[in-house]
Design a binder for this molecule. Structure first.
Ligand code: IFM
Length: 445
């Protein structure tokens, strides 16, 4: 069955940050620091999904969605990151999973979508190798409670973005500006992923994957300097997170002056490269890259620079709209990894636009779904729209609206947008087509 879903994340929608024993996360700390988010917005209330989840599940059921990707807040389960579990936190996700199953919606939980317990950040966060093991311990607690109903799991969301924005550039929590010294964060997240895969398998999981944010990298010209810069960026954004998982080796980081990754220990790569049942791909847009200019002071110098993509329309966030980039990305993954590439699930794709009659979002989704279908030789088994609801868009606060459903953040009223009804019609026509095909086949045999 092809999965048609929407995706959300705990800190972006739940609110109720200090209810029922939830511990503080790095996003609680960060968003309350002056100047960290636009207009000082926080996820304290967000979409109040912690209380309104029955309405949100009903909205998904009404749209005919057969899957829901949500994330589990580590600090709701283990308020201090490790130690005793918080029964109320487990109960919340238990009830959510039950409600999804009752409606025939496959639950697809992500175990880490950036809301690290603050207590673990105080021990160094993902710079501390020990966190990988604590992550696997937390995953085992969740699996023990939910794996009788949850068969499909995602370990991490976008470890690239968490490393670069959170630890490299300080634009996301925990707000550290370490530039290339953030690299161990990539390895410790991937090690945590591998250990979590083992914990999930031990708990009987059927389908395990990771969601990587991937981008096709476009060199600004054919000059050898621009080609080398594009290759270096591709290494950092895509291959640093896909290669170890799919090939058991890190790509060459000599362009970054890091030929030796001294934080990698014997045996780590075997743990990281556990076989997966799927690769989650989060796609938003391609990235154009040019040769580096003068390095910014303190940045350590990077072997590339971003060049604007000005020849495409843009979303309200200013991101270029390039549906064919998704086809290009999928085909290039197939070309790079060949038979090592597991089935693909598009675990995020979507856009920020204002308004309830969101014709631009319809055009965006239509174009990207067509691009998935056009990708030759790639086994794609699911497509999740980011996002179900307008929500807390990290450093942008509530200023970027990605939802199929509009949220009035004053009243919490949900209003399905035109794109919600468009997707509902699309899913219903797909299942009618699938049923007719099945019927035709059974008549033939
Ligand atoms: O909102 C985010 C999400 O948390 C991770 N992927 C990209 C989305 C849009 O920026």
């Amino acid at each position: 069955m092809f999965l048609w879903g929407t995706a959300t994340a705990s800190y972006q929608i739940e609110g109720a940050v200090d209810e029922d024993g939830r511990g503080p996360s790095i996003w609680d700390t960060f968003s309350h620091e002056p100047g960290r988010t636009r207009d000082g917005h926080t996820g304290d209330v967000a979409c109040d999904h912690y209380h309104r989840w029955p309405e949100d599940v009903a909205l998904m059921a009404e749209a005919g969605l057969n899957a829901y990707r949500f994330s589990i807040a580590w600090p709701r389960i283990l308020p201090f990151g490790r130690g005793p579990a918080n029964p109320a936190g487990l109960d919340f996700y238990d009830r959510l999973v039950d409600a999804l199953c009752e409606k025939g919606i496959t639950p697809v939980p992500t175990l880490f979508h950036w809301d690290l317990p603050q207590a673990l950040e105080d021990e160094g966060g993902w710079l501390n190798r020990e966190i990988s093991g604590y992550f696997a311990d937390y995953v085992a607690v969740v699996a023990e409670r939910l794996s009788d109903r949850v068969r499909t799991w995602i370990t991490l969301n976008e470890p690239f973005v968490h490393m670069v924005y959170g630890y490299g550039l300080g634009m996301h929590a925990p707000g550290r500006m370490l530039f290339l010294d953030a690299l161990p964060v990539a390895h410790h997240q991937l090690l945590g992923h591998g250990l979590a895969v083992q914990a999930l398998r031990a708990g009987g999981a059927e389908r395990v994957m990771i969601s990587n944010n991937c981008t096709p990298v476009w060199p600004a010209s054919d000059s050898p300097e621009d080609l080398a810069a594009a290759d270096a960026y591709d290494t950092l954004h895509n291959r640093l997170f896909n290669d170890p998982i799919l090939t058991g080796a890190y790509p060459d980081l000599s362009a970054y002056g890091r030929p030796e990754l001294d934080f990698v220990r014997t045996g780590d790569l075997e743990i990281i490269a556990q076989p997966l049942d799927g690769l989650g791909i989060n796609y938003y847009n391609p990235t154009r890259i040019t040769r580096p200019g003068e390095p910014a002071p303190g940045s350590g110098g990077l072997p590339f620079e971003f060049a604007a993509i000005t020849d495409y329309p843009t979303t309200a966030f200013g991101w270029p709209v390039v549906p064919d980039g998704l086809r290009e990305l999928l085909e290039s993954l197939k070309a790079t990894y060949g038979p090592a590439l597991p089935p693909i699930y598009i675990t995020e794709n979507g856009c920020s636009y204002d308004g309830i009659d969101d014709q631009e979002r319809i055009a965006y989704l239509d174009g990207h779904i067509a691009a998935v279908r056009a990708a030759e030789g790639v086994d794609v088994r699911g497509y999740f729209v980011w996002s179900l609801l307008d929500n807390f868009e990290w450093a942008e606060g509530y200023h970027q609206r990605f939802g199929l459903v509009h949220v009035d953040f004053e009243t919490q009223k949900r209003t399905p947008k035109a794109s919600y009804y468009w997707l509902k019609d699309l899913i219903s026509s797909q299942s009618t087509e699938a049923q007719s095909a099945e019927k035709a086949q059974s008549t033939e045999t």
